[in-house]
Design a protein around this ligand. Structure first.
Ligand code: Q9C
Ligand code: ZN
Length: 525
């Protein structure tokens, strides 16, 4: 039996942000994953797949040549400042002089991994590459992604091996608007994605990422934070896997982002590393096990290195830790899943029969037959706001994210780090000092960036309220400010009050180097 292939290339580390060392998508992500896999003796059990740069012809499968030309210029940029300025034309992208070549290499890695599995040279594979790819489409690199690695790889293998059905499963917490658009014209590719949607009030603010999208993309929108293994397993068990079986793909490519994982600062969900292994394993029951994982996001090291390890162990056929599910499914999630099943019942027999079963149960238990829910999309105002920010080039990648919090401050993940009571005492004192400083220095110390940050952090309980504002922000009186974790807002606000607000995306609190604090505040309607 042929072995598990791994793509890994040192050269991917040359892509890094030169002007913001807190940027979450950094070379450290690859070192960390590879160190872990080496230390656990997993690398020596795999076959290294040689990674070569994608050709321009391959990039053109998804992007226009104008983009290639534009990006190529970064090779000759004189300095970091020039690069930073050039990046303002893109949304959340940074470039170094090596980034263009790194991005070609990432696409090449995805292609080689997909090829190895498609030809049977490897029975399955894991492409550990960066920059990630699933947000990029046409001339729009965005969301840390330069070229759409997975969409290009899918189109390449379809073309090269004349495949009729390639399935892409995207478990990264961010909606893959890039992959959705890149494959929209491909009859041989189907995308199924599970991602944060939050009523449309989260980046990329697109209605097409909701359950009622029709096309060759199937969405499982998540409208609540804090979801965990139970919800992901249910989505796979009752929806994603049945559709995958019915579709009967010849090859499965997985956008393996681990930012739905426990403790991830961008994701807000709580999938455990072991669960990522089990999800991979469930997919291995389809397409004769021809599964190729392609790395996407994942920004909390302690969590994503383990998720990557568990996923690779699944590919290798190692036993995985048992999952302990001791929670009921989140009702908001159940509603999403029901919407997905009802909507897809038109196209997929498996969904039609699940729907039928649900309705029988409801009749038997004499409860009312749940009707289809409305498709909610409240993202339009913030989407337009965002478009304006990008269009006017009012932002850069600098300081879009708060400094990473230390693992100790991440509620659930404390479990991973065995904290002593002395440390607790020290942390308490430090916390009180910080609070005291924040309170007392507030009126004096008012640089724009610090000011914005403070206003936001004051609301970190997750409530939206009308605030009285003073100092340089007086004109923002009566606005709702986004707390550090806007996901919190969804859990704190009763449904009836949600429509009244515009939400600012919480996938990393947006700070900026411009002078306009209204970026961070939206009027309370
Ligand atoms: N405050 C990947 O995980 N964030 N990309 C937009 C701005 C976009 C993440 C929010 C995050 C993109 C591959
Ligand atoms: Zn992501």
């Amino acid at each position: 039996m042929s072995s598990t292939g791994v793509v890994y290339d040192q050269r991917h580390e040359l892509h890094k942000c030169l002007w913001d060392e807190t940027f979450p998508e950094n070379p450290e992500r690859l070192f960390a994953v590879c160190d872990r896999l080496k230390n656990r003796g997993l690398f020596e059990r795999t076959t290294l797949i040689e990674c070569k740069p994608a050709t321009e012809e391959q990039i053109l499968l998804c992007h226009p040549s104008s983009l290639l030309e534009k990006l190529k210029e970064s090779r000759n940029a004189p300095d970091a400042e020039a690069l930073e300025n050039a990046c303002k034309q893109f949304e959340e992208i940074y470039l170094t002089q090596d980034s263009f070549d790194c991005a070609l290499l990432a696409v090449g890695g995805a292609i080689e991994a997909a090829r190895a599995v498609a030809t049977g040279k490897c029975r399955n594979a894991f492409a550990i590459i960066r920059p990630p790819g699933h947000h990029s489409y046409e001339a729009n690199p965005n969301g840390f992604c330069i070229f759409n690695n997975i969409a290009i790889a899918a189109k390449q293998v379809v073309k090269e091996f004349d495949l009729k059905r390639v399935l892409i499963v995207d478990v990264d917490i961010h909606a893959p608007q890039g992959t959705l658009r890149s494959i929209a014209d491909s009859e041989q590719i189907l995308l199924i994605s599970i991602h944060n949607y939050m009523g449309g009030a989260i980046w990329p603010f697109m209605k097409e990422t909701n359950f009622d999208y029709d096309g060759n993309t199937i969405n499982v929108p998540l409208n609540a934070p804090g979801l965990s293994d139970a919800e992901y397993l249910a989505a796979f068990q009752h929806f994603i896997i049945p559709i995958a079986i019915e579709y009967n793909p010849q090859l499965i490519l997985v956008s393996a982002g681990f930012d739905a994982g426990l403790g991830d600062p961008l994701g807000g969900q709580k999938v455990t590393p072991a669960c990522f292994g089990h999800l991979t394993r469930m997919l291995m029951g389809v397409a004769e096990g021809k599964v190729c994982l392609i790395l996407e996001g994942g920004y909390f090291k302690a969590s994503f290195i383990e998720s990557a390890e568990m996923s690779l162990r699944a590919l290798l056929g190692d036993p995985l830790p048992l999952l302990h599910i001791h929670q009921r499914l989140c009702p908001t999630f159940i509603e999403s899943l029901r919407c997905c099943i009802s909507h897809q019942a038109k196209r997929w027999k498996c969904c039609a029969s699940t729907l039928n079963l649900l309705q029988q149960q409801q009749t038997a238990s004499d409860s009312e037959i749940a009707s289809m829910s409305l498709s909610i999309f409240v993202g339009q105002p913030i989407f337009e706001h965002f478009e304006r920010i990008i269009r006017d080039r009012r932002c850069s990648t600098r300081n879009w994210f708060p400094r990473p919090r230390s693992p100790h401050s991440l509620g659930d993940v404390q479990l991973l780090s065995g904290r002593t009571s002395e440390m607790n005492a020290v942390l308490c004192v430090a916390f009180l000092l910080v609070v005291a400083f924040a309170v007392f220095l507030q009126p004096v110390n008012c640089s724009p960036v610090k000011g914005e940050w403070r206003m936001a952090s004051k609301l970190s309980e997750g409530m939206v309220k009308k605030r009285s504002v003073y100092g340089p922000y007086k004109h923002l009186q009566g606005y709702a400010f986004m707390p550090k974790k806007s996901y919190g807002m969804w859990s704190h606000l009763p449904d009836s009050r949600r429509e009244g607000f515009n939400f600012v995306d919480g996938g990393g609190f947006m700070k900026s180097d411009n002078e306009n604090p209204s970026l961070f505040a939206l009027p309370v309607q």
